[in-house]
Design a protein around this ligand. Sequence first.
Ligand code: NAG
Ligand code: NAG
Ligand code: NAG
Ligand code: NAG
Ligand code: NAG
Length: 693
Amino acid sequence: MHFGLVSALALVSLAVASGADSLRPTRWARFPTGVIQPRGWLKAQASLQAEALTSHLPLFWAEIANTSWLGGSADNIGGIHESTPYWLNGAVPLAYQLNHTLLLAVVDKYISGILDRQHPDGWLGPDTDPDDFWSRYPFVLALVQYHEAQPRVAPERTRVLKAALAFFAAVERRLAARRALQLWSAARVYDLIWALQYFAEAVPGGSASPRAAWLLALTRQLRNVGFDWQGAWFGNASAFPRVAADGDPDGMWTHGVNNAQAMKHGAVWSRQSDNASASVAESLQAWRVLMRYHGQPHGIFSADEHLAGRSPSRGTELCVVVEGMWSLALLAQASTDDDGATEALDALQGVAFNALPGGLSDDLWSRPYLQFPNSFQARPKEDDHVWASDGPDAAQYGLASQYECCTANFHQGIPKLTAHLFFEVSDENALVSAIWAPCELTTDLEKGVGGGASVQLRTEYPFGLHAEYIIRNPKAFELRIHVPKFLREVDGSSQDSTSLRVWVDGRSRNVNIVDGFVSYEIPAWTLPEPRVAVRLEWTSTPRIMRTDGHGASVFVGPLLLTPDLGETWQKVHSYEFGAADWDAVASQNWRYALVPPEASGGAHGFGPVVRRSPGARPFAHSSGACPLVVNATLLRLAPAVWPEAHSAPTAPPKLHDARGFFVEERLMLPYACSALHVAALPEAPPVEASIVL
Ligand SMILES: *[C@@H]1O[C@H](CO)[C@@H](O)[C@H](O)[C@H]1NC(C)=O
Ligand SMILES: *[C@@H]1O[C@H](CO)[C@@H](O)[C@H](O)[C@H]1NC(C)=O
Ligand SMILES: *[C@@H]1O[C@H](CO)[C@@H](O)[C@H](O)[C@H]1NC(C)=O
Ligand SMILES: *[C@@H]1O[C@H](CO)[C@@H](O)[C@H](O)[C@H]1NC(C)=O
Ligand SMILES: *[C@@H]1O[C@H](CO)[C@@H](O)[C@H](O)[C@H]1NC(C)=O
């Protein structure tokens, strides 16, 4: 490494003169990468990912094995070098969260190899296009996580900080010659701004230091040359599309992944803006308009390359899913009140438990580019397809069907979910349990809540019906638990609103849900063995959620369900190790409607929900192995009633009469336990006894 810090330091003095900029803390503090570790089913899923593509891609996939970031000829598609940075952005946290010896060694090799090749002027990565700032953003995100996962005194920490500062100085020099960033670099600029904010706090002296002032001045400059997502898009009723943006094949603004990333703009900027709650509200509004006009029952918006409207036959790209999850986590963290945080956390878990695993095979060796609420096949070479801008392989489960990005980028999904399961509010001595999923953490001995509390969250949620917080806490602290939406609803269709019960240190307690949270004081516990400090139990039965004109969906808790379509998989191409491309089709009828309650003895004819402990493949695509199934009485529709078009179901039909159709009992599975789905169903109107039973 030949560059020094000279240039970065020289610029510092300039910035100091131009006035101080301050960095507000977010309301909740996130724990550094590696502090929260997955347990139970979440560890099974994380380990599956680590043993499958995350650790194997560097062994056989040219984009990472021969990456241009280490001098190779690959990772160069269209002049962009994003694959290795994308992969590192997930592989780094996964390695630390699992303490995975092999993966730790692999990410070390990549990070140190890339830093070894840093250009004398500080620029990082292959420099083939002076306008390509973008390829570097996910690498800098990986650097943040790598930096914070190191012990405080590690030499790697110093090295990463120096490299990052030298890179930011190079960014500043390149910006001086430009009036605007281009394309992806402009659309995704808030990812870089987030990283700059992190390093502004990580420099010696912290965010009040001259070097931090320089970094924050650079964030303002970047904001000025990036897209104005609020003024020109999310907050602009004459610009934001209310229907599928199919006529915009090159558009940066309509691009699904750009929108998923841009959602974070207000949450990120709230740390520097004049009005934090107004900035956070902009991110919340972005999420709301995306879901209002493009939302899908699997929890995220459609974008089969570009925003695609609410038809359940339209697709969503896996990159939209993982980027949307990270934006929602940042929104929850930055929200200035519990209402906003609650909305973001409800949304985040909907995506995390449906669209994320639903966009991957159950062994985590393959993925489709697009997933669909309603689809009866996921085949290669679908020339007559329903999605707009993507090619004929976009629905196929494979190594890199349609395009490489999602193969490289999906790795961040599970690790970033894990990293945001808990937050800390130090000055209120409070720990926030944001989403129920099994994990364990120990807070900082000196500054952490509860005097270095260790907390294990033991639960099989979203499959199970209880959660336990097993805690050892030298000092008392407040535990704030986000209660998922299905347990807060009081509308007539829900039987769940009163079902939550809570015990603290063995004593039954009142359940007083305020703005989505219950809070309990956890008395100090200094015995060497932790105890079950808090236990929660609830019930959850199938519920129907309706979207105007786009069908009705069945949920159990946060899990979206689909009738089991009996998918059959045929291998069409093998790569090395476990990687392959597949052809998946339904072996069973997909045309069903929900029957009205009175035709089926109440509650829309659902049998008991059968739950099993998740196994080594938590989202097993098999009715015999997946953790939750329920029988449903459904109305079988004739092809003429619900036709297909372009190899996909047409819109769920409006049924005027249920007579003449057969009623069948069908097994329903979680959406993510199936490659093929009918997750938005028509509903039959109330009928007389003429129905054929
Ligand atoms: C990497 O490049 C080398 C040299 O060009 C080639 O022999 C090798 O097959 C490539 N590996 C992969 C995984 O593409
Ligand atoms: C990680 O694993 C190593 C042994 O493989 C062990 O020495 C170390 O303490 C572990 N670290 C953490 C944080 O669990
Ligand atoms: C809002 O969108 C319209 C239509 O695209 C555009 O003309 C206008 O400049 C936008 N407003 C802002 C503040 O960007
Ligand atoms: C900040 O913005 C909110 C709206 O989001 C507004 O209600 C509040 O008055 C603003 N605060 C200040 C100090 O301007
Ligand atoms: C579903 O129904 C079938 C037959 O009607 C029965 O054999 C099966 O055990 C049921 N499964 C569940 C999960 O209720």
